[in-house]
Design a protein around this ligand. Structure first.
Ligand SMILES: NC(=O)c1ccc[n+]([C@@H]2O[C@H](COP(=O)([O-])OP(=O)(O)OC[C@H]3O[C@@H](n4cnc5c(N)ncnc54)[C@H](O)[C@@H]3O)[C@@H](O)[C@H]2O)c1
Length: 361
């Protein structure tokens, strides 16, 4: 069986971090054989730095390379949909940055294509990996935490004019959304991953921090399928950057580390309600093996999936759930009504969550 997979990275912004955190520490599993970027001045120094032999400016040239096993898509959001479809149709394995695509209709099309393709598709949700988040998940999955009661998610980040000077950012047509879709999507994924699927939500969005089309402040009130409640707040105008999830279960309250871009890494504050629960947690976590955070573990587990040793660590169904939340959120914020999930083909925002005034005629 193949052990080392050849990777081509498309887009050299976050694509560089995929090398530094994901492929370099897993050099026994992956070899980055090609980089592709429209901008050679950005791509070539990165290719030199990491000894990547092939440099291309044309995506199709990379797709045509028979010895490339994995296409890792790190381009601006509006390009994910055509590139994911093309890569799956070419029989490649695909990794794709968030957001996977730009609507529920597109994600359903991608899921259908994935079923036909010989390639596997793994969307990026790197915040799911690390000691803190994985210990919390293990305690919940073991049934120790008990019934979920309430949870809060705070994404208090900072972005200003420099960030939005990049032309694709801040616009519906190219970024596909604002703080909800681009930034808080990670933390909201962690919330549903740990607390359960969403049944209803009421969302509000506002643009208050930057002179952009898309939103940069959001709040929501949520009810989950299991009856638990949640609230989300996110802004790009915080004086101090933190990420915080605080989740109250019947037997345990969890609080994430506040590291904005890696809240899953360090051990979380775990508050058991009584001595019996404390003992169960200690027994469960005795001998815990350190889990490197973010891309290092996500890529290592992708390799385990490719070699048939484990399921995919993040799936297109996970992306659909995240995009369903985004769709419901934007719909609620324009109708000022509660939105009930799941959202299917009949939903008025199924083909696009972009507000009507920003949709092209
Ligand atoms: N997971 C995370 O934490 C995280 C962090 C940052 C960005 N992202 C996501 O990664 C994606 C890229 O974001 P970024 O900040 O790296 O953007 P960026 O603008 O810094 O980099 C994108 C690169 O893609 C290149 N590119 C554009 N069109 C291309 C094409 N047709 N073919 C080849 N290359 C092309 C650009 O030249 C640019 O160098 C976005 O979807 C973003 O949401 C994810």
């Amino acid at each position: 069986m193949k052990e080392i997979f050849n990777v081509a990275i498309i887009g050299c912004g976050i694509g560089r971090s995929h090398i530094v955190e994901g492929y370099a520490p897993n050099a026994d599993k992956f070899r980055v054989l090609a980089l592709c970027d429209l901008n050679p001045e950005r791509m070539n120094p990165i290719a030199d730095e990491f000894g990547v032999p092939r440099r291309e400016t044309e995506f199709d040239a990379v797709l045509a390379m028979d010895d490339i096993d994995i296409i890792d898509i790190c381009t601006p959001p509006m390009l994910h949909y055509p590139m994911v479809l093309a890569a799956l149709r070419a029989g490649k394995h695909v990794i794709c940055e968030k957001p996977l695509v730009g609507s529920l209709a597109q994600v359903d099309e991608v899921i259908a294509e994935e079923k036909k393709s010989k390639g596997m598709l793994m969307p990026v949700f790197q915040y799911r990996f690390g000691d803190g988040i994985e210990q919390a998940k293990a305690i919940i999955d073991a049934g120790i935490a008990g019934k979920p009661y309430v949870g809060t998610v705070e994404t208090l980040w900072t972005r200003g004019p420099d960030y939005y000077a990049v032309p694709w950012r801040g616009k519906w047509a190219t970024e596909l959304g604002g703080v909800l879709m681009t930034h808080a999507i990670h933390q909201h994924d962690l919330f549903t991953y740990l607390m359960g699927d969403i049944k209803r939500l009421f969302g509000r969005v506002a643009t208050r921090v930057n002179d952009i089309e898309v939103e940069d402040c959001v709040t929501a009130s949520l009810e989950l399928e299991n009856g638990a409640l949640g609230s989300f707040t996110a802004t790009l105008g915080s004086a101090q950057e933190i990420t915080r999830l605080r989740l109250a279960f019947e037997n345990v309250t969890f609080e994430s580390d506040h590291e904005p871009y890696n809240p899953g890494n360090k051990p979380w504050t775990i508050l058991p309600r009584n001595a019996e629960t404390r003992e169960k947690i200690e027994a469960l976590l005795a001998g815990w093996q350190h889990v490197p955070s973010r891309f290092q573990t996500q890529m290592a587990r992708f390799h385990a999936a490719l070699t048939g040793q484990a399921p995919l660590p993040v799936t297109s169904a996970d992306s659909r759930r995240a995009l369903e939340l985004v769709t419901a959120f934007y719909h609620s914020s324009t109708t000022h009504e509660d939105v009930e999930l799941p959202l299917g083909t009949e939903h008025p925002r199924y083909s696009s969550w972009v507000p009507p005034q920003f949709q092209k005629a």
